[in-house]
Design a binder for this molecule. Structure first.
Ligand SMILES: [Zn+2]
Length: 126
């Protein structure tokens, strides 16, 4: 009895590779877009926490600075950093201005990637 060794032909393997390439071409840009959007959402969440800490600090009559806001004696244990770029610190601002992130987004037209408290105010209204 003759035993036949059967495997995949080159064409079959090329078809599988082509399908995987097409799926990756669709998935990777979406993955990058949603990652950027979720980083911006986390950044806005940090900005809201800083804003709340600022208000508590002002209500307590303390001076607004990072030593009073962050750390064991402050209102936030660990100073938050922008999730898109962990080296970026937030600008606390004074009593009348919102805290801000200095991370520069690449796509300014997409409001879901804005690292700004103003984005949250406009997106919740729609
Ligand atoms: Zn940010």
């Amino acid at each position: 009895m003759k035993k036949m060794l059967k495997g995949f032909t080159l064409v079959e393997i090329m078809i599988v590779v082509a399908i995987i390439a097409i799926l990756a071409a669709v998935a990777i840009p979406n993955f990058i877009k949603y990652r950027r959007s979720s980083q911006a959402t986390a950044c806005v969440s940090n900005l809201k926490q800083i804003q709340a800490a600022k208000e508590q600090c002002l209500m307590a009559g303390k001076e607004l600075n990072s030593a009073n806001l962050f750390g064991d004696a402050g209102y936030i244990k660990v100073e938050p950093k922008c999730p898109a770029q962990m080296t970026v610190s937030y600008t606390i601002g004074d009593a009348t201005t919102d805290p801000s992130c200095s991370y520069s987004q690449t796509d300014a037209s997409d409001t879901s990637t804005w690292h700004s408290l103003n984005r949250a105010a406009t997106s919740t209204g729609t």
